[in-house]
Ligand binder design. Structure first.
Ligand code: DAH
Length: 380
């Protein structure tokens, strides 16, 4: 058999193959299980040792040459296909890139960041407490004993089982229990008490639902304790905070006597608004004296001087320390500042609402109280 002629013919046919499929067909024809060269290899077994010594190397050389020719042709065809694709395909790098979906910061988170920013300027730290509370921290320590009527007004979600200390467990109905927890911690570190300046923003829960009430909502609590604290400090702090928050210098507050079990005296704080006419009718804008014509007052928050019993429950000596506290609805603040009118939409998780009312993650609040820290105690 003329192996050289066989090889020449095979190599020539492989070189002439025009597609990868044609190359593959030739591989099967020569080297496949039933292939002609595979057939030749099988004949080696039946040869005498002498025959095999001369035929063996030639058949193996033939197989090597054909294998190499197949690989070379396959490589050449693939290279040509790539060249053709590169020549045919074009990307226009000047086209705008497709928009990547972007999340947004919820108005409640934005407002909480704004609060932390403003109060940090006034020397307040941010404190937190558990949302699953016990009735001692949520009520009793805040001067609302078991039979106190204010307890019933809170529409509390209770848990069926008592807590580890035998206390009734509940979802906190306000952020005020953080006052107690913060005081107890401070009084543990320095017996008798120590100055405190905190805000405590967070979720609170009440069994209530309509356009302005949701079973979960947000409050921010404020607490200042020091020596020589009086109502003037409270008023100045709230005024400074609200001016910075609403970014208006003409915010006017009205303090009304009120009642909360945890403060004495207690004050409810109203803020003046005015009717502003625009292209789509008129709307109420905060700012200005609420008693002026076309103006009015809107109730905004509760506050007062920390009740002596609350100081005691927090481990403070009331003969040495005074304090003021306040509590505000964070969702309400967001609605007033950013113009939403249905609280329920805050918690629907509707991406369209969020796209409309949400904030860019790069939109860091830059609000500042624009004053030094509140000065209290020391000089009094
Ligand atoms: N905890 C009260 C509520 O949820 C709000 C409040 C009123 C908080 C007066 C205070 C305060 O700290 O002094 O209705």
């Amino acid at each position: 058999m003329d192996h050289a002629a066989l090889q020449a013919e095979a190599v020539q046919r492989i070189a002439a193959a025009e597609t990868p499929d044609a190359v593959e067909a030739l591989r099967v024809e020569f080297l496949g299980k039933q292939g002609s060269i595979s057939g030749l290899l099988k004949t080696l077994g039946a040869m005498s040792a002498d025959e095999r010594q001369s035929a063996g190397p030639r058949i193996h050389a033939l197989r090597e040459a054909v294998t190499a020719a197949l690989a070379a042709r396959k490589g050449a065809l693939q290279g040509a296909a790539m060249e053709a694709r590169l020549a045919a395909e074009r990307i226009d790098l000047t086209l705008p890139a497709p928009a990547a979906p972007r999340g947004s910061v919820h108005p409640v988170s934005q407002v909480m960041d704004e609060l932390a920013e403003i109060f940090a300027d006034l020397g307040f730290a941010v404190a937190t407490g558990p949302e699953i509370e016990d009735d001692w921290h949520n009520f009793t320590a805040l001067n609302m004993p078991e039979s106190h009527p204010a307890r019933a007004m809170h529409d509390t979600f209770y848990f069926p089982d008592a807590g580890p200390e035998g206390r009734r467990m509940l979802l906190r109905t306000h952020t005020s229990p953080v006052q107690i927890r913060t005081m107890l911690k401070a009084a543990k570190a320095s017996p008798g008490g120590a100055p405190l300046r905190i805000i405590a923003p967070g979720r609170v829960y009440r069994s209530d639902s309509d356009a302005t009430h949701t079973p979960m909502f947000h409050q921010v609590e404020g607490l200042v304790i020091d020596r020589g604290i009086h109502l003037g400090h409270l008023k100045w702090t709230l005024e400074t905070f609200l001016k910075a928050f609403f970014e208006r210098d003409d915010i006017v507050l009205r303090l009304r006597p009120s009642y909360f079990p945890f403060t004495e005296p207690s004050v409810e704080v109203d803020v003046g608004w005015q009717e502003v006419k625009g292209p789509n009718g008129s709307r109420r804008m905060l700012g200005g004296d609420g008693d002026a014509p076309g103006h009015g007052w809107m109730e905004l928050l509760g506050s007062g001087m920390v009740n002596v019993r609350v100081l005691e429950a927090g481990g403070y000596d009331p003969s040495e320390w005074q304090g003021f506290a306040f509590g505000i609805g964070v969702d309400r603040l967001a609605m007033l500042k950013y113009g939403m009118d249905d609280l329920r939409a805050f918690f629907d998780g509707d991406a369209r609402w969020l796209a409309h009312y949400g904030f860019s993650a790069f939109d860091q609040p830059t609000l500042s109280a624009g004053v030094g820290a509140i000065s209290t105690g020391a000089g009094a």
